[in-house]
Design a protein. Structure first.
Length: 280
């Protein structure tokens, strides 16, 4: 892990510095000083949520359309779903092994961008006297997501895929076997789950910055972003619980614990069946 990280930093440190500077400067320029004293550093979480809901969602309501309900299912649909899941597992397992190093680099980039974005928004909100309890809670969750990304990166660095990463799909399937494909498929699913907290990270950054800009300009553009993120941000404590569960499930999958658990249950079932047959 340390050698890989050092090698990555040696080849990408210039781009990282440029990204950090551009992110900080752009964030400090875009987030203007608010002219509204409705929120300050002492505002509670409930007061902040009520302010955002009343001043943005009420003033700029979204027109909703009813969608037809297509809830009918059949057995053929269930069978086709199972087949699709099997194919997706095989492909996902192969892609995860083949592009393992690239996925690690992508995760590293997410961490860098997340750190820059979090610092930029936090500093600007504090300077604008807008760093209320809700924004502090969001910042805590952002830091938690970044810490989770670092743990995920460590877990990925310990997975040795160098021996089979250069194989074709058919060669990979024959070399790894069904058990190997299933294991890497589950681990790859854990990686996909680990991307969801990062989606939330960028949603929260956009929401926090949009609220700050909306207080300064009160325009429809920032209201658009707030209105489309407010469904998540109106219940911050629920989001926190969901985030913890999602990160936990992702690590269970990424570490292979879920695969080991399923395999252990299958072995116990087979042993129990053999003992039952011997008794008879």
């Amino acid at each position: 892990m340390v050698a890989w990280l050092v090698n990555y930093l040696e080849h990408n440190w210039i781009d990282m510095v440029k990204d950090i500077l551009i992110g900080l400067i752009a964030g400090l320029i875009l987030a203007q000083k608010s002219r509204n004293d409705g929120i300050n550093n002492q505002t509670t979480v409930r007061e902040s949520v009520q302010y955002i809901t009343q001043t943005v969602v009420v003033n700029y309501p979204e027109r909703t359309r009813r969608r037809p309900d297509n809830s009918r299912k059949s057995k053929e649909d269930d069978n086709s779903i199972i087949g699709v899941m099997a194919v997706v597992t095989i492909v996902l397992s192969y892609l995860y092994v083949k592009y393992h190093s690239e996925l690690m680099s992508f995760m590293t980039s997410l961490i860098i961008i997340g750190v820059v974005g979090t610092l930029t928004v936090a500093v600007k909100l504090y300077r604008n006297n807008s760093y209320d309890n809700l924004n502090r809670l969001w910042t805590l969750q952002l830091i938690g997501i970044l810490a989770f990304d670092c743990i995920q990166l460590v877990v990925m660095s310990k997975q040795d895929t160098s021996l089979i990463s250069t194989l074709s799909l058919s060669e990979f399937f024959s070399t790894a076997g069904i058990e190997g494909v299933a294991r890497f498929g589950i681990v790859g699913m854990g990686y996909i789950l680990s991307l969801l907290p990062n989606v939330l990270l960028f949603v929260l950054l956009i929401h926090m910055l949009s609220v700050n800009l909306n207080r300064a300009y009160n325009d429809r553009v920032t209201a658009f972003f707030i209105r489309h993120t407010v469904k998540i941000t109106t219940k911050p404590y629920h989001v926190l619980v969901a985030l913890v569960l999602l990160c936990g499930f992702s690590l269970f999958y990424s570490t292979g614990y879920v695969y080991d658990l399923i395999q252990g249950q299958q072995e116990n079932a087979m042993n129990h069946l053999e003992q039952t047959l011997k008794v008879k």
